[in-house]
Design a protein around this ligand. Structure first.
Ligand code: AMP
Ligand code: ZN
Length: 137
């Protein structure tokens, strides 16, 4: 992917603050640092988002994400971690190369707010929704 910013990072065409690398996976600091240590984990191969990433590679990416999260808690004094995958624009994805955010959280002193607002739709049928999903599994 010629113009993909994360492919350019993989190729070394633009710099990053690398924290982990192997043959298939790269992890580097997010330039925005939502909290101290905010890291992105990506497959080196380009996939538009999580939906297109082969399962074995997805498992490797998530394994690295766990490793990074453990290191953030151990080294930065984080009290918790959010692991976040935005998929498509509607979910906030801005860079169309699959990536996992690993965001350390600090008690009482960070600025990240993730909030599940209550659903205004009151006629949802949970059994019917579960059936819809199950049909496509
Ligand atoms: P998302 O909104 O889930 O697509 O997240 C994309 C993330 O990539 C954002 O948090 C950006 O701050 C981050 N980002 C964009 N360009 C760079 C870059 N050159 N180096 C590191 N992080 C980047
Ligand atoms: Zn890419």
């Amino acid at each position: 992917m010629e113009d993909c910013i994360f492919c350019k990072i993989v190729r070394g065409e633009i710099p990053c603050y690398k924290v982990y690398e192997d043959d298939e996976v790269l992890a580097f600091l997010d330039i925005s640092q939502t909290t101290k240590g905010h890291t992105l984990v990506i497959p080196k191969e380009h996939f538009q988002n999580m939906l297109y990433c082969p399962k074995d590679l997805l498992a490797k990416v998530m394994g690295v994400a766990q490793h990074i999260a453990q290191a953030q808690v151990a080294s930065l004094g984080a009290n918790g971690v959010n692991v976040l995958i935005n998929t498509n624009e509607v979910a906030g994805q801005t860079v169309m190369h699959f990536h996992v955010h690993v965001i350390p959280r600090y008690s009482g002193e960070d600025c990240l707010r993730l909030e599940f607002l209550s659903n205004k739709i009151d006629h949802l049928s949970l059994p019917a929704i579960a059936d819809e999903i199950i049909k496509k599994l």
